[in-house]
Design a protein around this ligand. Structure first.
Ligand code: NAI
Length: 366
């Protein structure tokens, strides 16, 4: 799939800095449908499957897709631990050979069916759902082949957004002493399921005295969103991290806060839905030193995981039960912010430490 396919490549994976003694890394391909994917399980609780949604994306190289899967699977272990769920983390990445939006109709169906069939080969140790590039319709397609594909009880993204909003409010309370959105300013990077959902939730409460800057690389989407929310201020994707706002909300891909922009961000808070928002751990320290409050991504965006885990555990759906579980998110953040303040260390480090204590108790399963 990448490199020259010799056993030497396997050794290289173990040497990648993204490799963290993952429990399992599985490469799957299907010549007929053109499927090329990687499934990574980070930690595996012996009695509970590992959870992680599937991403469908086009990468600069297959190796980049593999690294993304390793990083995201690891992050899912942190997410599960701090959401109070006893599962390990995992991730599926389908590596598209072109823009995945352009893979449509029967081609898309065959590819997703082939992927779901490979998920079945893992015998239920991997439970997956929707991430970037995977629509609810795609999920239906995969579910026809695999019962290990879940996320049907409700729109789990709504629950993700609910948690992100709770996180934003917790961060506002920490910084400004109030969770109120009225008059606050935001910069939302990415207007997809999560970013668009967040915008929908904050638009009215922010009101005419606040400001919402947005950016997305999908120009058609931006136009549609602008039609619906006329007060938003659209900026180029390269400009979204340059806005002077209260809250920068990364809701697109990884590395929104990085070496290039961490020293320049003119914001009070970074809180959004994207996974792996910090390019590296030290970026969290930079934010802390600059007195920018960071709501650790995997805590803020755990709502979707909480929802699908609830679906896995319970025979019937109860939205109130899920919403109650999501309240865990702002509560956890309050603890993280308090510890960060007391010890003067970055919230990202506090969160990592808390999570590691939990999931390092798991073995790799049996
Ligand atoms: P999506 O595919 O619906 O939306 C992502 C959006 O980001 C797309 O509109 C895309 O055009 C845009 N985008 C990509 N690169 C960009 C850039 N450089 N600048 C501006 N916009 C850019 O995906 P979704 O579901 O909204 O996920 C967004 C993030 O939230 C991802 O990091 C995902 O892993 C994370 N997440 C999503 C959850 C969910 O429930 N959907 C749950 C937890 C995390």
């Amino acid at each position: 799939m990448f490199g020259n396919g010799t056993s030497g490549d396997i050794v290289e994976i173990e040497r990648l800095k993204e490799f963290d003694d993952h429990a399992l890394v599985s490469f799957v391909s299907d010549a007929q449908s053109g499927l090329s994917a990687v499934i990574a399980l980070h930690r595996a609780n012996p009695t509970v499957p590992s959870f992680g949604a599937t991403r469908f994306w086009h990468y600069a190289s297959s190796l980049e897709g593999v690294k993304d899967a390793l990083r995201l699977a690891r992050l899912m272990s942190y997410k599960a631990a701090l959401a109070g769920l006893e599962c390990g983390g995992a991730k599926g990445v389908i590596i598209a050979d072109r823009n995945p939006h352009k893979i449509t109709g029967a081609d898309r169906e065959h590819l997703l069916e082939a992927y779901a069939a490979r998920v079945n080969l893992l015998g239920g140790r991997f439970i997956t759902g929707t991430d970037v590039g995977v629509t609810q319709e795609d999920l239906d397609t995969m579910h026809r082949v695999s019962r290990h594909v879940i996320g049907f009880n409700d729109n789990s993204t709504d629950i993700t957004v609910e948690g992100v909003l709770g996180s934003v409010r917790a961060a506002l309370t920490e910084v400004f002493g109030s969770p109120e959105l009225a008059g606050r300013s935001f910069a939302i990077q990415g207007l997809g399921k999560v970013g668009g959902g967040l915008l929908a939730r904050i638009y009215e409460p922010v009101g005419t005295t606040g400001k919402i800057f947005v950016a997305d690389v999908d120009a058609a989407l931006v136009e549609t969103v602008k039609g619906k929310y006329p007060r938003i201020i659209v900026v180029a994707p390269s400009e979204i991290d340059r806005q002077e706002v209260d809250v920068f909300a990364p809701c697109a891909l990884s590395g929104a806060v990085n070496r290039r922009n961490a020293g320049k961000l003119a914001v009070k808070i970074v809180a959004g839905g994207a996974n792996n928002q910090l390019e590296s751990e030290s970026i969290g320290d930079t934010l802390h030193e600059r007195k920018i409050l960071y709501a650790p991504d995997y805590v803020a965006n755990a709502g979707g995981l909480i929802a699908v885990f609830d679906e896995y555990k319970n025979p019937s759906y109860d939205r109130a039960r899920v919403e109650k579980a999501v309240l865990h998110i702002p509560e956890t953040l309050r603890k993280i912010f308090a510890e960060s303040r007391a010890e003067n260390i970055a919230p990202s480090r506090v969160a990592n430490r808390m999570a590691e204590r939990i999931f390092n108790g798991y073995t790799h399963g049996s």
